[in-house]
Design a protein around this ligand. Structure first.
Ligand code: MSP
Length: 637
């Protein structure tokens, strides 16, 4: 029976452009949405951008832009990326949308009228980067955020509070009654332990900045804006018309809110409490995935190890990249991104096991049967294999909404292995020679039938490539065909195959030796002539930036401490040995060239996060500067 299914991604902060972590969350959600449609559910897939709050306000200011102007710009880069990636979202919500603001105010008012919101005074710590309140006991070394490790600030301001403490018992009961509310189940303990410390009421309005949704007019509190996490979480309802026309509210409650482990607490604890207060049903699952690292380190712009999803998709193919992300790491665990591992999976699993199976099928079908197949003898010759495959496939559906995605793919590869084994055992070329054409036909049509099923099952994982596979088999990827071939285990009686224009999964050269990004220590690569390759040159990431602060380090004869805006969320601190040649006046608000991916190091006790390019000869030193003004963060190549 068709159900209404809502699948969501977190809405992404607009202080950063999309990286592999965002792509990972979105691709998993896309897989769920596509799968849900394929099995015949009326599906609504929601994504978007989170645009309010102090962090965004600050980032915009650093770039000399208004928050809205800045949010428009970055929100667009997310939307464009998802469009380029063929993400099948139904709505892209922005928290600056007027309808969203109306819904947030309506919810605030409802909770207020219910008596769940009261006015008070907040005194405590706040991490702007995570947009999170912390108690002193939670901080690292008394002043650093326990999550992102950045310095927190002390807040003292009037605030409205949500009576979170009143929901403690109901929340504990929720986790007990619904053991699958948080997936993977192991993550539940994290939340239960957090509650064990006792739940304090949550500050849900701020007065020290203004970039947010104003409180409802009825409250007459023009100084307050809604806390960005309440604002953001509400997107899951406002996207459905909550507080306005309720147009799509029949999709509520959500089937899965997909989140990264870092934001599980907001979704598994605050969000159900808000929903209880709003008298709304709770989502079925909050599913939290792990984090991707690069060479074992957290990805960050200052280290320069951020994996760019677009670049990966362009180099290795979008579907190959999706496959790797979904297959490599069991859901919930952290993973280390490596091109070498990706190439290995492409070559052995996609190219050999799947692509080559199609080649063998097409080769035999063309040579022996003019690409026309008849399945009448499949049961006679392949009953046993068919039973094994049917059993494997029947189990697959259970894996998806329990978030065992890598297991889902793994079991499809068991099906492919059975197909490849069947070819070896049958030796259809020998059967043809022996005149046993029926047996050869049974094998080839068996392969075509199983690949047809595989194209349906893998469509949510690799939509484009599976379209090519299905077309070559003369099949359409539809919910009807899914029911026929997967649920009812029907056999396609005849085929007229066509050969795709290109090979399904071309191989890539193994990158172990050449891939600089996969090796940590690759300092020296000069050859005997003292020359380096272009890739060695491109290892340094050079950018244009504007000097926005200059401090004279009195203890040093040479060093000036600069703050340089490289178009990132905060300026870089760079120590430059240029004091003898430049002063504050000649540097401030001028542009320079910066090596941006150097490992940070300490000079005179200060962290230096990059290097300014300069040139020195007997006449002195000059800084290398762009000929005319360029946007901060522009790459030099
Ligand atoms: N705006 C909030 C979410 C509000 S939802 C009501 C937010 N945004 S975010 O842009 O910072 O992060 C969005 C998602 O990206 C999170 O699920 C986060 O886990 C994910 N990732 C960010 N970096 C990541 C990795 N390095 N690896 C995997 N995912 C990570 O939080």
């Amino acid at each position: 029976m068709s159900k209404k299914i809502l699948i969501t991604t977190p809405i992404y902060y607009v202080n950063d452009i999309a990286h592999i972590g965002h792509a990972y969350t979105t691709i998993i959600a896309d897989l769920l949405a596509r799968y849900s449609r394929l099995i015949g559910h009326d599906t609504y897939f929601l994504t978007g951008t989170d645009e309010h709050g102090q962090k965004i306000e600050q980032s915009a200011k650093q770039r000399g832009k208004s928050p809205k102007e800045y949010a428009d710009e970055i929100s667009k880069t997310f939307k464009n990326l998802w469009d380029d990636f063929g993400i099948s979202y139904d709505k892209f919500i922005r928290t600056t949308d007027e309808d969203h603001k109306i819904g947030v105010k309506a919810a605030f008012l409802k909770m207020y009228k219910k008596g769940d919101i009261y006015k008070g005074f907040y005194e405590g710590f706040y991490c702007v980067s995570c947009e999170t309140f912390h108690t002193k006991a939670q901080l690292l070394e008394e002043s650093f955020c326990p999550d992102c490790k950045k310095k927190v600030s002390l807040l003292k301001e009037e605030s409205f509070f949500f009576k979170l403490s009143a929901y403690e018992d109901r929340l504990i009961k929720l986790y007990e009654d619904k053991p699958d509310f948080i997936l993977p189940r192991a993550k539940r303990n994290e939340i239960v332990n957090f509650i064990k410390g006792g739940l304090k009421d949550l500050s849900i309005s701020r007065t020290s900045f203004s970039w947010g949704v104003k409180l409802p007019d009825e409250l007459n509190e023009p100084e307050h804006v809604v806390y960005v996490w309440l604002d953001a979480l509400m997107n899951y309802l406002t996207a459905l018309g909550y507080g306005k026309n309720e147009e799509k509210m029949d999709f509520w409650p959500a089937k899965v809110h997909l989140v990264g482990k870092d934001i599980l607490r907001f979704h598994a604890l605050y969000w159900p409490a808000f929903l209880m207060s709003l008298d709304l049903p709770l989502p079925s699952h909050i599913a939290a995935h792990g984090w991707w690292t690069k060479d074992g380190e957290k990805m960050s712009k200052s280290v320069g190890n951020v994996v760019n999803p677009k670049e990966m998709a362009l180099t290795y193919g979008l579907d190959e990249f999706r496959y790797f992300l979904l297959r490599e790491v069991p859901f919930g665990q952290d993973g280390d991104f490596s091109k070498t591992a990706m190439v290995q999976r492409i070559n052995s699993e996609l190219s050999n096991d799947l692509g080559n199976l199609l080649n063998r099928l097409l080769g035999m079908a063309e040579k022996y049967f003019d690409l026309k197949l008849n399945s009448k003898d499949i049961i006679k010759y392949h009953k046993k294999d068919l039973k094994l495959i049917n059993d494997l496939i029947a189990n697959l559906e259970n894996y998806i909404f329990t978030m065992q995605i890598s297991k889902y793919i793994e079991d499809i590869w068991k099906v492919l292995a059975l197909c490849n084994k069947a070819i070896t055992e049958c030796e259809p070329w020998a059967k043809i020679k022996e005149g046993k054409t029926d047996e050869a036909m049974a094998l080839v049509s068996f392969l075509a039938n199983i690949l047809a099923r595989v194209s349906l099952l893998l469509e949510p994982v690799m939509p484009e490539k599976m379209q090519v596979l299905a077309t070559s088999l003369g099949l359409e990827i539809t919910a009807d065909n899914y029911t026929k071939l997967i649920k009812n285990e029907e056999i396609i009686e005849t085929f007229k195959l066509t050969k795709p224009d290109n090979i399904l999964f071309p191989k890539f050269e193994e990158e172990t030796k050449k891939d600089e990004t996969d090796t940590k220590k690759n300092e020296e690569h000069k050859d005997e002539d003292g020359l380096i390759g272009i890739n060695d040159f491109f290892k340094s990431e050079m950018k244009i930036g504007t000097i926005i602060e200059v401090e004279d380090l009195k203890k040093s004869k040479k060093l000036l401490k600069l703050k340089i805006d490289l178009g990132e969320d905060k300026p870089r601190q760079i120590l430059a040995g240029i004091k003898e040649f430049y002063n504050e006046e000649s540097l401030l608000n001028t542009q320079v060239c910066v090596v941006a991916n150097l490992k940070p190091m300490k000079l005179m006790g200060y962290l230096s996060e990059g290097m300014v390019l300069a040139c020195k000869d007997k006449n002195g030193l000059i800084l290398l500067r762009p000929e005319s003004k360029k946007e901060n963060g522009s790459k030099i190549s």
